[in-house]
Design a protein around this ligand. Structure first.
Ligand SMILES: C[S@@+](CC[C@H](N)C(=O)[O-])C[C@H]1O[C@@H](n2cnc3c(N)ncnc32)[C@H](O)[C@@H]1O
Length: 336
C-alpha cells in the first residue's frame, strides 16, 4: 500500500478519516502496519494490502464468498474460460464491451469492486494507459493476491484493498467510475452494494455492474432450466428494485450468451427533476402537482353531477371550477 493512500481510505463503519501506523515499509510502500480512526477502530495492513473489512463478523453470504474465493484462488483462472466457452463468447471482447460502458478517459480514478484475479482491471488499465488510478478491490485476500501478480507491470498507478463490497472504505464522490462483475448475486445486501457504488462516484460519473440472470422469457426453456439447475445464481432476478434513486440514463443489456445482465448508469443527485406545475389541457385540467397533492375528499353523486354540469356551462376544466368553488366556500366560512 502506498503511504499516500492512507488519506484516501475512510473507515467503512463510520466514514471517519484514518491515520497510518507503519510497522514495515519499502520506500513509499507500506508492507505492514495499521490504519486507525481517532475513535479506536483498527484495520491491519498485511503484505502491503490493507484489510478494511466491516463488519468484523461478516453476514453469512459475505463470509461464504470470502471462504469460497480464498479456496478457489489458485484455480480460478484455469476454470473461468469455461463460462465464456459455454456461451461461445470471446472473453476479451466481452470484457472490452463492459469496460466501454464506463466511458473512461486517461487520467480518471476508477474502483473495481470484487475484482477477483484482475481480469477486467487489466482492460481498465489499458484504457487509462499510464494516467489515472485504479483501486482493485475484493473481499478475498487469496484471489486479490492473484490480481496483484497479474497487474504488477501495468503502467497506471494501482492500489489493492480488501473490504466488504457493501461497506466501501471511501469518501463520497471519490471516483469517476466504479465497475463490478460477477459477485453481486452473492452480496448479503444487494441494495446496499449498489448504493455504495453510487455513493463513491462523483455526480456525472459512471457505474457498471453485471452478474448471472437468465431473463424471464428464457426461464422455462431448456437453456434456462439447464443453467438454473447448474447454478442457482442463474436464477437471480435483475436487481432493479435495489437500484439507487440517483441512477440516471440507466441501460440494461443481456450479454455473455444472454445469461448475464449488465446495468450501466450515470450517477445523478437525488431524485430526477421534473416540472410538475405545467397546466395540463383538457376536461380534468390542473397540473401533475394538483393531481398528486391537491385531492380533498369524495362528494355525493348528486354534487358530482352538479359540478360536472356547472363546469361544462362555464367551459373551464374541472380543476379550475373546483379550485374556484372551494376557495369561495372556504373564504365565506372563514369570513376572510
Ligand atoms: C465470480 S468472481 C468475479 C471476479 C471478477 N470480477 C471477474 O470478472 O473475473 C466474484 C468476485 O466477487 C467477490 N465478492 C463476492 N462477494 C463480495 C463482497 N461482499 N464484497 C467484495 N467482493 C465480493 C469474490 O471474492 C470474487 O472475487
Amino acid at each position: 500500500m502506498r503511504a499516500s493512500d492512507a488519506a484516501v481510505y475512510r473507515s467503512p463503519a463510520s466514514g471517519e478519516a484514518l491515520s497510518l501506523d507503519i510497522h514495515e515499509s519499502a520506500g513509499d510502500d507500506v508492507i505492514g502496519g495499521e490504519l486507525r480512526t481517532a475513535g479506536g477502530e483498527r484495520y491491519p495492513i498485511v503484505d502491503g494490502i490493507p484489510d478494511l473489512t466491516y463488519p468484523p463478523d461478516l453476514a453469512g453470504e459475505d463470509a461464504t464468498a470470502r471462504t469460497v474465493y480464498d479456496s478457489v484462488a489458485s484455480v480460478y483462472d484455469e476454470y473461468l474460460p469455461l463460462t465464456f466457452q459455454t456461451f461461445g463468447c470471446d472473453e476479451g471482447q466481452t470484457r472490452e464491451l463492459m469496460v466501454e460502458r464506463l466511458r473512461l478517459v486517461p487520467g480518471q480514478r476508477v474502483l473495481e469492486v470484487g475484482a477477483g484475479t484482475g481480469r477486467t482491471s487489466a482492460v481498465i488499465a489499458a484504457k487509462l494507459r499510464d494516467r489515472g488510478h485504479i483501486y482493485v478491490h475484493d473481499i478475498s485476500r487469496g484471489i486479490l493476491q492473484k490480481a496483484v501478480e497479474r497487474l504488477s507491470r501495468e503502467a497506471v498507478p494501482l492500489s489493492f484493498l480488501i473490504s466488504n463490497g457493501i461497506y466501501l472504505p471511501f469518501a463520497d464522490d471519490s471516483f469517476d467510475a466504479v465497475f463490478h462483475f460477477g459477485g453481486l448475486n452473492m452480496f448479503s445486501d444487494i441494495r446496499r452494494g449498489l448504493s455504495e457504488m453510487a455513493r463513491v462516484v462523483r455526480p456525472g460519473g459512471r457505474v457498471v455492474v453485471g452478474d448471472e440472470s437468465v431473463p424471464p422469457w428464457l426461464r422455462e426453456t431448456n437453456f434456462g432450466k439447464v443453467l438454473i439447475a447448474t447454478s442457482s445464481h442463474y436464477g437471480a432476478r435483475l436487481p432493479l428494485e435495489e437500484m439507487p434513486v440517483a441512477a440516471r440514463e440507466v441501460a440494461i443489456e443481456y450479454i455473455l450468451g444472454g445469461a448475464f445482465y449488465l446495468i450501466s448508469f450515470t450517477v445523478g443527485e437525488g431524485e430526477p427533476a421534473a416540472n410538475f406545475d405545467l397546466p395540463i389541457p383538457g376536461v380534468r385540467g390542473g397540473t401533475h402537482r394538483t393531481r398528486a397533492h391537491g385531492q380533498l375528499e369524495g362528494v355525493t353523486l348528486e354534487a358530482k353531477r352538479l359540478a360536472q354540469r356547472a363546469r361544462e356551462k362555464r367551459g373551464i376544466s374541472m380543476h379550475a371550477w373546483l379550485d374556484e368553488a372551494v376557495r369561495e366556500a372556504a373564504r365565506r366560512d372563514l369570513e376572510e
